[in-house]
Design a protein around this ligand. Structure first.
Ligand SMILES: *Cc1c(COP(=O)(O)O)cnc(C)c1O
Length: 384
């Protein structure tokens, strides 16, 4: 699904030299590499504060701790996403409220969010799923109206932009009150192990978060709040510093591959290609940067998905099903509050989505082979 070796070849000398530098100076934790990376990422995103931490799940948890959410507070998030989002809500003793998503762009459904708001609701967690910005403008307006925090889960969306109705653009992860991201190796900006970060424009919140990641300490051995130990290590920061200047180029390579896939699948009955967020036709958004294609995800109709997965595997084409089970139906998160009728979109998506290989090193002939293999199979199945 990803080709990290190809990407490494290009940055090998730089990464090796800076990793050696970290080892030579033995500044493994919170060394200059981490501080430089923090500043460089702040500049790239146009956000006031980046707080590096150990992984994207911690980043979400720490963001929620920093907002001072209390046991029983309700946090609304999407039913169709990776489990980390709902996991940390539950871990903190908050009440997860899962809601349905949009069938076209897979992101949280604003009407469903609005219906789920109660007097106990304190926050909304939109996830920029597969690299496409959630519809942040109306979401922020809704949050403001009900006095709710917005925590953006930007683990899949780093580098993506959200376009507002006045034509202005803002990077995802800089729009809500606070945001989290992950530097897991396969993410769009991945390191060579675990890593994550929290972003905010709020100075006070940033101060609180910097203490929480470090055992609740604001002054050495004075523990003012209950914190955690969550650090990005200097070796990972060295990798991220080599990759960050190339992130736009990496994301452009993903968009190019996505556009080639979409051209090939355009007129094939039974295949729906992924949508962009903006433009009247909600098409592929060639004209903007709203989608960074963490995943390229098709919806298929009238085709046995398991058989397609097997057929691709037999042709040495990796693929993925993100996600096969809605969160509200997972054993850990089942709850009698949920009503199946409220999840018609996720219940359908989990049965028809399939993600194709997507990375920065996809060649035209690979894309041709993948699209031809998918199209032949889909045509066969629908006619047979
Ligand atoms: C990857 C991911 C996370 C978790 O990140 P880790 O670094 O693996 O902890 C959280 N949310 C979403 C949407 C993700 O894709």
């Amino acid at each position: 699904m990803v080709d990290l070796q190809g990407q490494y070849a290009e940055i090998k000398d730089q990464v090796t030299a800076s990793m050696q530098g970290v080892i030579d100076t033995a500044s493994f934790i919170n060394g200059p590499e981490v501080q430089s990376f923090q500043k460089e990422l702040e500049a790239y995103l146009g956000v006031k504060h980046v707080i590096p931490c150990a992984n994207g799940t911690d980043a979400l948890q720490i963001a929620m701790m920093g907002l001072g959410l209390k046991t029983g507070d309700e946090v609304i998030t999407a039913d169709f996403t990776f489990a980390a989002t709902v996991e940390v809500i539950a871990l903190l003793g908050l009440t997860p409220v899962l809601v349905d998503v949009d069938p076209i762009n897979f992101n949280i459904d604003l009407a469903a969010v609005e219906r789920a708001i109660t007097p106990r609701t304190k926050a909304i967690v939109p996830v920029h799923l597969f690299g496409l910005s959630a519809d942040m403008e109306p979401l922020m307006a809704l949050a403001k109206k009900h006095n709710l925090f917005v925590i953006e889960d930007n683990a899949q969306g780093i580098g993506a932009e959200c376009t507002f109705s006045d034509g202005s653009k803002q990077k995802t992860g800089t729009i809500g009150h606070v945001a989290s991201t992950s530097f897991f190796p396969s993410k769009n900006l991945g390191c060579y192990g675990d890593g994550g970060a929290i972003f905010t424009n709020d100075d006070d919140l940033a101060h609180t978060l910097r203490g929480i990641v470090n055992h609740g300490m604001y002054e050495r051995y004075h523990h003012d709040v209950v914190g955690v130990n969550s650090r990005l290590d200097s070796l990972q920061a060295a990798v991220l510093r080599a990759k960050l200047p190339r992130l736009d180029q990496y994301n452009a390579a993903r968009r190019r591959a996505a556009a080639a896939y979409t051209r090939a699948f355009a007129q094939v009955p039974g295949i729906t290609t992924p949508s962009g967020a903006c433009g009247p036709e909600k098409g592929i958004c060639a004209q903007c940067d709203c989608h960074v294609f963490h995943q390229y995800t098709l919806k298929i109709d009238g085709v046995d998905r398991d058989a397609l997965v097997k057929h691709l595997a037999a042709n040495n084409i990796p693929c993925g099903v993100y996600y096969p089970i809605p969160l509200h139906a997972q054993k850990a998160y089942k709850d009698e509050r949920y009503n199946e009728a409220d999840f018609t979109v996720t219940n359908t998506l989990v049965q028809c989505v399939i993600s194709l290989p997507m990375h920065t090193e996809l060649e035209d002939d690979q894309i041709d082979f993948i699209t031809n293999t998918v199209i032949e199979f889909v045509k066969d199945q629908r006619h047979g």
